[in-house]
Write a protein that binds this ligand. Structure first.
Ligand SMILES: C[S@@+](CC[C@H](N)C(=O)[O-])C[C@H]1O[C@@H](n2cnc3c(N)ncnc32)[C@H](O)[C@@H]1O
Length: 191
């Protein structure tokens, strides 16, 4: 896995690497909708002819994201949001998606007990990778600084190492001066 140190925002980097492979009309997935910031970003990438499929365990998160999309003028036909765990993704996402974004952990300002978990995260990553088209990208924001986040981040790193043969690149982005508890971004491109 390549290592890259960046000065700017990891989320902005995630958006850049996704933008590079997504075209208008594509289907993309937001695996952790939360307040819908990434969902809106993805909706803008694919435009009115594309589709964003989103998942979040919390119904309030899904509703908050729906309001964000509506306020931004995104057409309802351009997205479907599921109040479901992303581990169910395989039943809802077609083959050939251009990108899948994960932002692990808990919803900032929300219930810190509702947090992504190792087993379901790994199941969802496998389903996400299976649904990607060749050249499609998976981005995963990992947060090793909260209880359980370290184990999850380690498991995700191991998973990325394990699929190396099926990828054309995998990169770990960290901010300069990062410590063991600092968030990092993993990006995988399917070959
Ligand atoms: C860091 S937040 C996501 C932030 C979001 N991307 C945004 O732009 O606002 C993580 C989200 O993952 C959700 N989550 C936790 N477990 C989940 C699961 N199994 N499937 C889908 N979402 C889950 C939480 O409810 C929370 O909203």
């Amino acid at each position: 896995m390549k290592q890259e140190t960046i000065e700017g925002s990891l989320i902005a980097t995630a958006h850049e690497v996704v933008t590079a492979v997504v075209n208008p009309g594509d289907v993309v997935v937001d695996a952790t909708v939360g307040n819908g910031h990434d969902t809106l970003f993805l909706a803008n990438c694919v435009g009115p002819g594309g589709r964003v499929i989103g998942f979040d365990l919390q119904r309030e998160a899904v509703e908050s994201a729906r309001m964000r999309l509506t306020a931004a003028g995104v057409c309802e036909a351009g997205y479907e949001l599921h109040a479901l765990g992303h581990e169910m993704m395989g039943a809802y996402v077609p083959a050939g998606v251009a990108a899948v974004m994960f932002n692990l952990g808990y919803l900032p300002g929300g219930d810190k007990q509702v947090i992504t978990q190792v087993t379901t995260t790994l199941d969802a990553l496998a389903a996400a990778f299976a649904s990607l088209r060749r050249g499609g990208r998976l981005s995963v924001m990992c947060y090793p600084g909260h209880p359980g986040g370290d184990t999850e981040a380690e498991a995700v790193l191991k998973w990325v190492d394990g699929i190396e043969a099926a990828t054309s690149s995998s990169t770990c982005y960290q901010r300069s001066g990062a410590r063991a508890t600092t968030p990092f971004l993993l990006v995988v491109e399917k070959s």
